[in-house]
Design a protein around this ligand. Structure first.
Ligand code: IMP
Ligand code: MG
Length: 318
């Protein structure tokens, strides 16, 4: 969020084009930290807490990017809200109404033109509300669900694609005995079908992790693996990858156990919403930026047992 006072301060300071500024006073040690900075908006605080929960390091407004100059003076700049150093990603969080973000978009385009190497992502109010709703917060969390808007993938399409994934894995892991690791509970249907499509002597294990609930405790494993995976070929099986923060954490946890190899197989990829970009070797389907349910995936524990994958009615989520 571009804080007005800072904008005013920026006017008149002399910065050569192409040189981002360190805004020293607001530079923050990378999180997680118990001492939170003074955020300009409550949404920024909540976002910082979610990042902390998933162990994603962040800095608050560490840099300002001059965007326009007049007679050598900076007359416009943008100070992205967050920088995630491990991901080399800036995040600008806007809680403005969708109709009011044109100006913000213009600034972002300008920033990308001037600083093409800078990786920046704009989280709109809608994105932010969806992020919160996933953890049971915000205006969308209590939304009344009126049903399924439409079928995205029929039972038949799902079975066919899972068959393809199983055959591909069987080829890639020929002569090995991979361990399939699933994350409860959304992966139940996918795992049970996928394992039967793999013509190798696989082993299967399940784990479960805590979800962000607004509290300060970080993510942790609530059910760890029973099998030993050191020196084993591990395939982490997920229902859907959204922001990627769950997967990012799980990968770190599994890597520490010293597997011979570690790949990801995700049924659904909601790529538009990715914050932590993780290479996924096997993807069933890409899905649009909508809340999807069925075939194991739930909305507040409902719809898991639908045999197809569908999108919820938009009005039920907004
Ligand atoms: P991430 O950490 O943001 O990538 O979130 C991944 C987890 O959020 C998944 O394992 C799901 O449990 C849940 N999730 C994300 N998007 C959806 C959706 O559209 N439908 C149901 N669950 C979802
Ligand atoms: Mg701000």
């Amino acid at each position: 969020m571009l804080v007005n006072s800072r904008h005013q301060l920026a006017v008149g300071c002399e910065v050569p084009p192409g040189e981002p500024q360190q805004s020293g006073a607001t530079q923050q040690e990378a999180g997680p930290s118990s001492k939170l900075p003074t955020f300009a908006h409550p949404s920024e605080r909540e976002f910082a807490q979610i990042l902390d929960f998933y162990g994603v390091k962040w800095q608050y407004e560490p840099r300002s990017f001059p965007l326009r100059w007049e007679e050598g003076r900076v007359i416009e700049m943008l100070t992205p809200d967050f920088y995630l150093p491990e991901l080399d990603l800036y995040i600008e969080l806007t809680t403005l109404k969708q109709s009011l973000v044109t100006e913000k978009n213009r600034k972002l385009r300008r920033l990308r033109e001037l600083y093409p190497d800078v990786n920046i992502k704009l989280l709109y109010r809608r994105d932010y509300h969806r992020l919160l709703a996933k953890y049971g917060f915000g205006p969308l969390a209590q939304a009344e669900v009126t049903g399924i808007d439409r079928v995205l993938f029929t039972t038949r399409q799902v079975q066919q694609r899972v068959g393809e994934l199983g055959r591909q894995i069987s080829l890639d892991y020929k002569d090995t005995k991979p361990v399939l690791v699933g994350v409860l509970r959304g992966v139940l249907c996918f795992m049970s079908d996928l394992m039967r499509e793999i013509s190798l002597p696989v082993e299967v294990d399940m784990m479960s992790i805590s979800r962000y609930n607004g509290g300060g405790h970080g993510v942790h494993i609530t059910k760890d693996l029973d099998l030993e995976i050191a020196q084993r070929d591990v395939i982490l099986v997920e229902d859907i990858v959204d922001s990627g923060m769950t997967l990012n954490y799980l990968l770190g946890h599994l890597r520490a156990k010293g597997p011979a190899s570690l790949e990801i197989c995700a049924l659904l990829d909601k790529r538009a919403r990715r914050l932590v970009d993780i290479p996924i070797k096997y993807i069933g389907f890409e899905v649009p930026d909508e809340f999807v349910v069925g075939y194991g995936l739930d909305y507040l524990e409902k719809y898991r047992n639908l045999p197809f994958i569908g999108a919820l009615k938009p009005e039920s989520r907004e």
